[in-house]
Design a binder for this molecule. Structure first.
Ligand code: AMP
Length: 114
């Protein structure tokens, strides 16, 4: 069996995380190396390694993550807005091979991104 991703281990409660939201399909927890005052990772419970591994059957799950982020933003009081980032592959700097959305807030973000 393939080794579990660090995010799967958080989902399975094998390692700790500061969980801010969870439902049947996804979990959201604070990034261990925050890049903004608010930095949460929103992760589907089903392991999909990268965006390039998505199938048509995953469309509902990915849509669900955006709805979850709307809920998280409301619950966490992100009234000034937030940015959602997905890194896919080595050029984007993806480290964890388990699809995740970075939700960052609490400061101004530049454009274009670095
Ligand atoms: P990425 O580069 O898009 O794959 O992002 C992976 C993110 O996971 C990084 O921002 C890390 O800081 C974060 N990370 C890695 N291990 C943990 C962990 N145990 N708990 C919370 N965040 C983590």
């Amino acid at each position: 069996m393939a080794e579990k991703t660090v995010f799967q281990r958080i989902i399975d409660r094998e390692i700790p995380a500061e969980i801010v939201y969870e439902d049947a399909e996804c979990i959201a927890f604070k990034d261990i190396r925050p890049q903004a005052p608010f930095h949460v990772l929103v992760v589907p419970k089903r392991v999909i390694p990268t965006l390039n591994d998505l199938s048509d059957a995953d469309a509902q799950t990915i849509g669900h993550l955006f709805v979850a982020m709307r809920t998280i933003a409301a619950e966490q009081g992100l009234t000034g807005g937030y940015r959602v980032v997905v890194n896919c592959g080595p050029d984007a700097g993806q480290e964890v091979m388990h699809v995740h959305f970075h939700m960052v807030a609490g400061r101004k973000f530049g454009w274009p991104p670095g």
